[in-house]
Design a protein around this ligand. Sequence first.
Ligand code: SF4
Length: 237
Amino acid sequence: MVDRAARATDLADLDAAVSDCFACSRLVDWREEVARTRRAAFRDQRYWGRPVPGFGASDARIAILGLAPAAHGGNRTGRIFTGDRSGDVLFAALHRAGLANQATSVAIDDGLTLRDTRIFSAVRCAPPDNKPTPQERDNCAPWLHREVTLIRPTLRVVVALGAFAWAAWWPTLRQVYGLRPPSPRPAFTHGAHWSGTAVPDLLGCYHVSQQNTFTGRLTPGMLDDVFARAKQLAGVD
Ligand code: SF4
């Protein structure tokens, strides 16, 4: 799997390769079981049930790094943050920021496009209870590292959604940029900003999960501030 990720020549090749990954037996079982049993509301749909590739511009200056696909969102539709409440909040914010052509993301063929932005997750398969293990995170890291390598020429800012994504970013500095990550690692907080030399800036943002958005811990205004900051740092109009 590590070799296959490293051999991916472009994003289309990477997307095809990651979609065919079976490296984590627990996650393979879970993603396929969810796809078989389905939620009642989606009983008539055919679930994707495989790893979910990144989505967005190949010349992105802003990357949004999430945790993992949702069982009945990305694992159902085949596109990250698509078909779930987290995606509703995220894409509405990206649309307000002028980074998405529409405010909704409901299906892989719904016409959504992103400008200057690419979205991917640290773990590419839906995990039980949205909780991947450290081993599963490490298994999946080569896909993340290759994706960042492929957009490295334009990438300027990474927005980490939540502490898991924030922590998953640091090994990328070594694997993609050949730099030693800071020690100790900067702590994750909403609005945290870390910058280094010749590497993308890192912004922390609470995850767009219902747990945060339904409780008001993360508001639309807070997301607007994060994306305004990301655009400013990335030089996006
Ligand atoms: S989580 Fe990543 S490494 Fe594990 S099976 Fe899915 S795509 Fe492969």
